[in-house]
Design a protein around this ligand. Structure first.
Ligand SMILES: Nc1nc2c(c(=O)[nH]1)N(C=O)[C@@H](CNc1ccc(C(=O)N[C@@H](CCC(=O)O)C(=O)O)cc1)CN2
Ligand SMILES: Nc1nc2c(ncn2[C@@H]2O[C@H](COP(=O)(O)OP(=O)(O)OP(=O)(O)O)[C@@H](O)[C@H]2O)c(=O)[nH]1
Ligand SMILES: [Mg+2]
Length: 461
């Protein structure tokens, strides 16, 4: 199937670069290329086999002016990225050649591609399903190699296959119900309900298993919102720098050094942390520091994980205790820093003040204990479960919601079976579940939703 318009966009990042690519997709792609491309060795691009990269010049047919020296490829649908005819023009990098070539192909009848339109066509033409299309964007946006691995896995179809298998099971249950509605038989009725219940429970378990991965999946994709907090001068910025492995935040022995929050993305054994270094929390008359302290409190409220630092070489102060009071309902790791100095904090007292929190002694100065901190974070994210690479993960809030809605339908269906309700009622629930899961693969997704999903893509993808 070919969309009526031929689209074009710049596929590479803007700015100085070695090479830039302008990509076209649609039935006029090759025709447009033929009008503007003069190969070096032959007359026309049509004298070449598809998928061969060919050297030549882009020439404006109106002015005969050379636009750039290029390498081009044309590919015949349906075995292409979009499943339509595709042309790729590799020109010199930089803003001028790519922009001029894009302008030229638009003048020759191509339309500017919308965000995500190449991938949307790949989906609409059935080359990939919706969760695979979404994975393409996740790959581009991945901040760590683990985030990338998870997205690539999804592009390979791991989640799709899992969801497709469940939907297949649902169809079998539906078929079973239909047969029994059409040819009711009192003798086997009990058997029918029994089998329906067993099969439905199995499906519910599969949905639950997928939903169980959503917590870890979200963190691997979006990063764990982490804030480093503590009173002034305990070593928050030093820790930030140590985790970043560079001197990003200013460190001095003056309390109140950090005035504003600093945000960075770091990888802890492949887990992306969006980590925030904050201004030390204390009462202050300094106007700037005061704002900084307010911002620290805001970051604290938003955080998924709080790293609370104490100075082990000083007795606990009122400021420490005020922060501790707020930690109760927060996922927290407590660090006793500066253990290279004589220790004065009473660990037993600390444990009593912070029930249930892990307390790790460290010395940022001597680079001690940071590996324990990293291990602790890994453990928290994977919830103690070992993550197998080939497992499919739910990383997308939309997918999670679809699974939750499907789960509710399934539970209602099982409830209906157990109450011995008429099969028509059960059928509705099972059908609802099947439809909800279809939103993940894109089989039952509304036009509006598709537009919303693809408009969050970048231009040229
Ligand atoms: N130059 C270039 N590099 C690129 C892309 C691209 O579109 N162009 N990609 C864009 O993101 C990625 C590669 N993804 C692609 C996925 C599928 C097909 C494709 O043509 N698939 C056909 C079979 C191809 C064959 O048989 O050789 C198919 O699935 O039917 C192409 C690229 C990364 N690198
Ligand atoms: N002895 C020792 N000193 C440390 C350690 N970690 C940090 N320091 C020192 O403690 C001082 C304060 O460190 P910072 O990282 O600036 O502390 P902070 O918590 O960011 O301070 P504010 O930004 O003022 O809130 C600096 O002089 C650091 O070199 C440690 O493990 N041992
Ligand atoms: Mg600081």
């Amino acid at each position: 199937m070919m969309a009526e318009n031929t689209i074009a966009a710049i596929a590479t990042a803007p700015g100085e670069a070695g090479i830039g690519i302008v990509r076209l997709s649609g039935e006029k792609s090759i025709h447009i290329l033929d009008k503007i491309f003069k190969p070096t060795k032959k007359n026309s691009i049509r004298d070449y086999e598809p998928r061969r990269i060919t050297h030549g010049k882009i020439i404006d047919p109106d002015t005969q002016k050379i636009v750039d020296e290029v390498l081009v490829t044309y590919m015949k649908g349906p075995y292409t990225y979009t499943a339509e005819d595709v042309v790729e023009i590799n020109c010199h990098g930089g803003m001028v050649p790519v922009k001029n070539i894009l302008d030229l192909v638009l003048r020759q009848g191509a339309f500017m591609a919308e965000r995500g339109e190449f991938t949307k066509r790949a989906f609409l033409n059935g080359r990939i399903d919706l969760s695979q299309a979404e994975a393409v964007m996740d790959i581009i946006k991945a901040k760590t190699s683990t985030g990338f691995d998870v997205a690539l896995n999804q592009l390979e179809g791991s989640l799709s296959n899992e969801v497709k298998a469940i939907r297949h099971d649902l169809l079998e249950v539906l078929a079973h119900i239909t047969v029994n509605i059409d040819f009711p038989d009192d003798d086997i009725e009990e058997l029918t309900y029994d089998k329906l219940e067993q099969d439905s429970i199995k499906i519910l378990e599969k949905i639950d298993k997928l939903l169980d991965t959503a917590h870890t999946g979200k963190i691997l994709k979006e990063g764990l919102n982490t804030v480093i907090i503590g009173k002034p001068n305990v070593g928050k910025s030093s820790l930030m720098n140590a985790l970043l492995k560079e001197s990003r935040a200013i460190v001095t022995d003056v309390p109140g050094t950090t005035r504003d929050i600093i945000e960075e993305i770091i990888s802890v054994k492949g887990i992306p942390l969006r980590i925030t270094d904050t201004a030390g929390i204390r009462e202050t008359e300094d106007v700037v520091e005061k704002i900084g302290v307010e911002r620290s409190k805001e970051s604290f409220n938003k955080a998924d994980l709080v790293i609370f630092i104490l100075n082990a070489s000083e007795t606990l102060s009122i400021e420490d205790k005020e922060i501790m009071d707020k930690l109760q309902h927060k996922e927290t790791i407590v660090l006793m820093n500066k253990t290279d100095l004589p220790n004065v904090i009473d660990l037993d007292e600390l444990k009593e003040l912070l029930p249930g929190k892990s307390i790790i002694p460290i010395s940022v100065k001597e680079n001690k204990g940071l590996d324990l901190l990293e291990d602790k974070i890994v453990n928290m994210v994977y919830e103690g479960k070992v993550q197998r690479h080939e497992d499919s993960l739910v990383t997308n809030a939309r997918h999670k919601r679809a699974l939750e809605v499907g789960k509710t339908s399934m539970e209602e269906g099982i409830e209906a079976i157990r109450s011995g309700l008429a099969l028509d009622f059960v059928e509705v629930d099972i059908k609802n579940c099947w439809e909800s899961l279809g939103e993940i693969t894109g089989d039952t997704t509304s036009e509006d939703m598709l537009d919303r999903i693809f408009s969050s893509f970048c231009i040229g993808k």
